[in-house]
Design a binder for this molecule. Structure first.
Ligand code: PMP
Ligand code: GLN
Length: 397
């Protein structure tokens, strides 16, 4: 048989699926793939259920139902002071995953360069390559993941068409500062480039950090595609409702990409998300406050076990340096080991790198009930603390 698409054939199954399957096999508590273990707001779910029953189950408009486009525009105004035309500047997609692909399709021609920042979310690189574009990778370094400005500037050139930026960032929990965003904006203007901004964790920020959309900076309104996800904002990751905000000229082309990917997104979910986006400010503020408490709980526990936990200011995730534990393998081996033998799953951070990655970092998701985080910590303690005590006793005999 003739070979199938070589890029897809060479793409591995996503680490999130691999680790979730391993967690299921071993009955492990899943702190790997990022999804909350409780449902989102009951009124939003009830609205989705009710919306199935009122005869609007045929194809919705290509760019999204008017209710949701209005709600996305209103949220842009409420949270960021952006003035968005709901009918010309919003495109609803089937999750942020589709939105990212649609935006890359809208911007890139084969041979165009696109700047990507490592560690990076796992769909970015395969899609850039499938489109025949050329990735230019710039790496952030732990523990603070500061933007290396010289390296970023060096990655831009006459062939640069776009940057793909994720803030708040998965897996680092970095929230890009106004200063860093200003530097990026300067490069975009200098090189006449676009930005695709993956802002799915826009409301999941802690410690008084504030998410600043690049789109709000001077000169960026016409260059930026801003992507949000109802999955993250309403703790309903299975719903796959995303939204792109962009100026009309860009949104029109993003809609053409969406037309060829999925064409539309389930109307009942769109209408329920519209209701969710109209919730009062207290709902959105509670998201970060609630997650910060869970982060602190998990971070304290992992630190107590001897791991070096890095600061995280947004997203569902924290990264721990596990080299302090003396485990004799890399991060992949460590994650497999704790899934199988301690009953707790996590994600090796090396999966977020294209080049030679660091091998000592592990990502844990803390978007879980407190008692589940405690149970995971007890299992790890039983494995590492009791285990090493046993090993010490055996050695002493
Ligand atoms: N971008 C990032 C950085 C993510 O972590 C995720 C996670 N799920 C997505 C995009 C995809 O969002 P969605 O589920 O809405 O497709
Ligand atoms: N974004 C989620 C994570 O980082 C996973 C989504 C997926 O499994 N594709 O864990």
């Amino acid at each position: 048989m003739r070979a199938l698409n070589s890029l897809l054939a060479a793409t591995e199954t996503t680490i999130f699926t691999v680790m979730s399957a391993l967690a299921t096999t071993h009955g492990a508590i899943n702190l790997g793939q990022g999804f909350p273990d409780t449902d989102g707001p009951a009124d939003v779910i009830a609205a989705a259920a009710a919306a199935l029953m009122d005869q609007r189950n045929q194809y919705p408009p290509l760019a999204g139902v008017p209710e949701l486009r209005d709600a996305v525009a209103a949220a842009n105004r409420r949270f960021y002071g952006l003035d968005i035309d709901p009918m010309r500047e919003v495109v609803v997609t089937s999750g942020a995953t589709e939105a990212i692909t649609a935006c890359l399709m809208a911007v890139l021609d084969p041979g165009d360069e696109v700047v990507l920042i490592e560690p990076l979310y796992d769909t970015y690189l395969p899609v850039v390559r499938l489109l025949g574009a050329v990735p230019r990778l710039v790496r952030l370094a732990p523990p603070d993941w500061a933007l290396p400005r010289g390296e970023l500037a060096a990655a831009f050139g006459p062939r640069t068409k776009a940057i793909l930026l994720n803030s708040p960032m998965n897996p680092t929990g970095k929230v890009f500062s106004a200063d860093e965003l200003g530097f990026i904006a300067g490069l975009l203007q200098k090189y006449d480039a676009y930005a695709i901004c993956d802002e799915v964790y826009e409301h999941l920020v802690f410690d008084g950090y504030r998410h600043i959309p690049l789109m709000t900076l001077p000169g960026m309104r016409e260059r930026v595609m801003r992507i949000g996800s109802a999955g993250k904002t309403f703790s309903l990751t299975g719903w796959k409702v995303g939204y792109v905000t962009a100026c009309a000229a860009i949104a029109e082309i993003v809609a053409k990409a969406h037309q060829n990917l999925t064409f539309t997104t389930p109307p009942n979910l769109q209408r329920a998300v519209a209701l969710g986006l109209a919730k009062d400010d207290a709902y959105f503020v509670s998201l970060g406050a609630d997650l910060a408490a869970r982060r602190d709980r998990l971070a304290a526990g992992l630190t107590g076990l001897g791991m070096r936990v890095l600061a995280t200011h947004g997203s569902y995730f924290l990264i721990a340096d596990v080299s302090t534990l003396g485990f004799p393998g890399d991060d992949v081996a460590f994650c497999r080991h704790i899934t199988q033998h301690a009953g707790v799953a996590a994600i090796p951070v090396s999966a977020f790198y294209a080049g030679t990655p660091p091998r000592n970092y592990v990502r844990f998701a803390f978007c879980k009930r407190p008692e589940v985080l405690d149970a995971a910590l007890s299992r790890l303690a039983a494995h590492f603390v009791a285990g090493s005590a046993r090993a010490a006793l055996t050695a002493a005999k």
